[in-house]
Write a protein that binds this ligand. Structure first.
Ligand SMILES: NC(=O)c1ccc[n+]([C@@H]2O[C@H](COP(=O)([O-])OP(=O)(O)OC[C@H]3O[C@@H](n4cnc5c(N)ncnc54)[C@H](O)[C@@H]3O)[C@@H](O)[C@H]2O)c1
Ligand SMILES: O=C(O)C[C@H](O)C(=O)O
Length: 203
């Protein structure tokens, strides 16, 4: 997440009922002898957890179970996030970057922003990237299934209809090719570009 050379000290927070299991996680992290792991704090004290942190990934809270909506965990998690906000406000570094994961993530993050005034608004975010990644995965699946085959077979489909190769569309594509080559193309989103690159390179 932070690159191959960044040493880290991890602070882990959980509730009292989960203290033993949290301690077990700490022992396992130590046993893994990870070279970049310079310290582990396992605590049930939100102030200790937030003290001096530069990155806060906030997953603590209730998860929804089958049949529940995300809003069903709202009242429980929103009150948890008020407490987190004050602790981060007073004890995290002022440049701390916050990622709220716990649901409803967009509401929890709003609470955090309202109650953690010392952290710049631009440093307080919530996890929607999972949906972006899911969308890319789904489009990529769809492309693999239908799109590539349809593009590959389009020439044959036109020959079947016209009894000749494509003409107007081929001329138009030649114009597009020369124009983009000579005049350049507008800027496009990098993630889309790299996605296309991946797609072409896997053909
Ligand atoms: N935004 C997203 O894309 C996304 C994706 C996955 C999960 N989630 C959400 O992340 C949250 C965590 O999911 P999970 O599957 O890890 O749940 P989980 O139940 O496995 O783990 C939650 C942990 O939070 C702890 N906890 C409960 N109350 C706490 C409190 N007051 N302070 C600190 N810790 C507390 C629990 O003891 C438990 O260890 C859920 O709200 C879930 O809906 C969001
Ligand atoms: O849907 C959930 O409750 C968890 C998470 O937000 C997800 O989308 O998987």
């Amino acid at each position: 997440m932070l690159g191959p050379d960044q040493p880290v000290i991890i602070h882990m927070l959980d509730i009292e009922a989960a203290a033993d299991s949290l301690n077990g996680v700490k022992m396992e992290l130590i046993d893994a002898a990870l070279p970049l792991l310079k310290g582990v704090v396992a605590t049930t004290d939100v102030v200790e957890a937030c003290s001096g942190v530069e990155i806060a990934v906030m997953v603590g809270g209730f998860h929804r179970k089958e049949g529940m909506e995300r809003k069903d965990v709202m009242s429980k998690n929103v009150s948890i996030y008020k407490a987190y906000a004050s602790a981060l406000d007073q004890h995290a570094t002022p440049h701390c970057k916050v990622l709220v994961v716990a649901n409803p993530a967009n509401t929890s993050v709003l609470i955090l922003k309202e109650f953690a005034h010392s952290i710049p608004e631009k440093n307080i975010t919530c996890l929607t990237r999972l949906d972006q990644n899911r969308a890319l995965g789904q489009i990529s699946e769809k492309l693999k299934e239908e799109f590539v085959a349809r593009v590959q077979q389009r020439g044959a489909t036109i020959i079947k209809a016209r009894k000749m190769s494509s003409a107007l569309s081929a001329a138009s594509a030649a114009c597009d090719h020369m124009r983009d080559w000579l005049l350049g193309t507008p800027k496009v989103c990098m993630s889309f570009l790299s996605f296309l690159f991946f797609w072409f390179s896997s053909l």
